[in-house]
Design a protein around this ligand. Structure first.
Ligand code: NAD
Ligand code: ZN
Length: 256
C-alpha cells in the first residue's frame, strides 16, 4: 500500500494532543506496517500467504503441527528483527518524553515501540521474543538461534526443547482462544481509566477484548481519535477519525 500524501491533521485533534496530560495510545499491526512488518489482513507477500493466520495462531494448530507453527513464528520474528521503527513509533517515543504519564497499549508482538525509545509498553498479546516451555512455562536457558537471511523461510522447524523438563518451546504470544495475560490486561484497563485522550492507531478493532478499550474511554467522555487509512468498526463511534497512516500522521499530530 502506498502511504497517503501528507496532509494537515485536523486542528482540533492536534490541540487535544497538545493539551492531553495523560494520553493513552492503543496500537495494532498497522502501526508497524510502514516498518515492513505485514499486518494479518495485508496483501499476502510471503510463502505464508497460503496460510490463514487465524488457523496458525491457535493452541490447536500448535498441538496438531508444532513444527509448522514454530516455523511461522520464527519467520515473523526474522521479519521484525530486520525491521526498523518508523516515524510513527519515533513520534510516540518523543511524546512519552514530554508526557511521562503517557501509556502505550499495543496488540503488537514486535518490539518496535521499545526500539524507538518508548518506555513501559503494555503488550496485550505477548511478544515474539518471549518463548516459553509448554509444560513448565520456563523461558529458554539460552538465546534461540534466529533464521539466516539466505533462502526462503522453512515451512517446518521443530521447536527447541526446554533444558529443564524436555517440553517443547512455544511462542510467547497470545493465541486466538487464549486469555490475555492478567497483568498487561489490568495495566491496559488502568491506563484507559486514567487517560484524558485515547489515540487508536493501526488496529482493525476486530480482536477482543482489546477492541473494547475505546468504548470504555468513550463511556467516560474521553475523546477517542482513530488514525487508520481504512474504515473500521470504531470509525462511526470515534470522536474524530484521521484517514492517514501511522508514520505520516503521528509526527504531524503530536507535540514536538
Ligand atoms: P489487523 O491486521 O487486524 O489490522 C490492521 C489495521 O491497520 C487495519 O485496520 C488497517 O487498515 C490498518 N493499517 C494498515 N496500514 C496502516 C498504516 N500504515 N498506518 C495505520 N494503520 C494501518 O491488526 P490488529 O487490529 O492489530 O489485530 C490483529 C492481531 O494481529 C493482533 O492480535 C496482533 O497481535 C497481530 N499482529 C501483530 C503484528 C505485529 O506485531 N507487528 C503484525 C501482524 C499481526
Ligand atoms: Zn519445561
Amino acid at each position: 500500500m502506498n502511504p497517503p500524501a501528507p496532509m494537515d491533521p485536523p486542528a482540533e485533534v492536534r490541540a487535544w494532543c497538545q493539551a492531553a496530560r495523560r494520553p493513552c495510545v492503543l496500537s495494532g499491526a498497522g502501526m508497524s506496517a510502514e516498518s515492513g512488518v505485514p499486518t494479518f489482513r495485508d496483501t499476502p507477500r510471503s510463502l505464508w500467504a497460503r496460510f490463514d493466520p487465524a488457523t496458525l495462531a491457535t493452541p490447536e494448530a500448535y498441538e496438531r503441527d508444532p513444527a509448522l507453527v514454530w516455523a511461522w513464528y520464527q519467520w515473523r520474528t526474522h521479519l521484525v528483527r530486520r525491521a526498523q521503527p518508523n516515524e510513527g513509533h519515533v513520534a510516540l517515543a518523543r511524546w512519552a518524553r514530554s508526557r511521562p504519564e503517557l501509556r502505550i497499549v499495543t496488540q503488537n508482538v514486535d518490539d518496535l515501540h521499545e526500539r524507538a525509545g518508548s518506555p513501559e509498553v503494555i503488550h496485550l498479546h505477548g511478544s515474539l521474543f518471549a518463548a516459553r516451555c509448554v509444560a513448565c512455562g520456563r523461558p529458554p536457558s539460552q538465546p534461540l538461534a534466529s533464521l539466516g537471511d539466505d533462502g526462503p523461510p522453512p515451512l517446518r522447524l521443530l521447536p527447541p526443547t526446554c533444558a529443564a523438563c524436555g517440553g517443547l518451546l512455544r511462542p510467547g504470544v497470545v493465541w486466538f482462544g487464549e486469555a490475555l495475560p492478567p497483568g498487561p490486561w489490568q495495566a491496559a484497563l488502568d491506563a484507559v481509566t486514567r487517560c484524558d485522550l485515547l489515540v487508536v492507531v493501526g488496529t482493525s478493532g476486530l480482536v477482543h477484548p482489546a477492541a473494547s478499550l475505546p468504548a470504555q474511554a468513550l463511556a467516560r467522555g474521553v475523546p477517542v481519535v482513530e488514525i487508520n487509512p481504512q474504515p473500521t468498526p470504531l470509525s462511526p463511534l470515534a470522536s474524530r477519525v484521521w484517514r492517514t497512516t501511522a508514520a505520516v500522521g503521528l509526527p504531524q499530530l503530536l507535540p514536538d
